[in-house]
Design a protein around this ligand. Sequence first.
Ligand SMILES: C[S@@+](CC[C@H](N)C(=O)[O-])C[C@H]1O[C@@H](n2cnc3c(N)ncnc32)[C@H](O)[C@@H]1O
Length: 373
Amino acid sequence: MTERLTLGRVAHGGFVVGRADGKVVFVTGGLPGEVVDVEITSTGKRFDRGAVERVVEAHPGRVEPPCPIAGECGGCDWQHADQATQLDLKTAVVAEQLDRLAGVTWDGAVEAVPGGLLGWRTRVRYAVDDLGVVGFRARRSHRVVPLPEGGCRIAAPGPAPEELARVARPGDDLEVTVADDRTVIAPARDAAGQVVHEVVRGRRFTVGAGGFWQVHPRSADVLTSAVLDGLRPKAGETALDLYCGVGLFAGALVDAGCTVTGAEGSRDAVQHARRNVPEATFHQGSIERLHRTLPPRADLVVLDPPRKGAGPDVAQMVAGRRPRAIAYVACDPAALARDLAMFAGLGYTARSIRAFDLFPMTHHVEAVALLER
Ligand SMILES: C[S@@+](CC[C@H](N)C(=O)[O-])C[C@H]1O[C@@H](n2cnc3c(N)ncnc32)[C@H](O)[C@@H]1O
């Protein structure tokens, strides 16, 4: 079924909101203000979903997507928008989430990082179907959309599709890691056994090929700068790096003269962190359960939780250590907003919030909030 809709505001998740007979439709492939013909792809009790089939009146920022599978593959949301429009869309989403979920009025703007919209993603997981075809899963589906000629447009320069096809095993996802020292192509389940190296501010980090490391080549530097600018660490201060991965922020805080304790769930990551930042102390385990193990006081805290956010127990544990400042690094503005609301109840409010376009062409955005008592 196709409906002609006039699209309204952008919504979190890469959608623009339309209405058909009063019912909300979350539309992919559109931009605010456009008049479009939308194929309704699924219907639900509260809302429907749809995809733009034809643009009748275009947004001034609309462009031809550089990737021929942009509309099919579930990876990119905004290939049909120019960079200024993408930044506006992301700014609107961050502001809306902060307002609605935290009651915070944000008048900032999502900041572009150098490098442009294409060729940035240094970690890519390719899906491989049962016949060995390499690609990406279609939006809300298990179907594998084959890679186009020339490969994924947002992937950092690396192996060509033909090379991926040679390595791929049917039904086994393929992990490609483009690091500072080398490129690893491995079936996802074997990737963790291999290591790569990244250099940030003169410190060399060993990282498992399948382990966590920010995917944009500028992320580590941009986020470290934002964290240090916000916290303004002084030599001799104590600091906690929670969800520390392989020790990225712990390293920067040690180099600023702090005494640092890191905590992280992944055993492999903690092993790397201990070697990457031997000056710091690291604990392995779920942050929620490390309450009694971690130092009872800290001047500074860096909090970089996974997508779902930190949650009430961790927020209480952090606030209970009475830090003078907390840098909260967030990959989901909704989780950030929920946690900010919780921290506000514990006496910590956001002095600044910066957001960075570290995932161009997708709806994702990374933010750094600086909280103080
Ligand atoms: C967004 S990453 C941040 C990593 C690191 N700060 C960096 O920038 O490289 C989140 C990290 O939290 C870890 N993690 C997720 N849930 C956890 C939990 N409940 N307890 C401890 N660590 C957790 C993951 O293993 C991952 O390394």
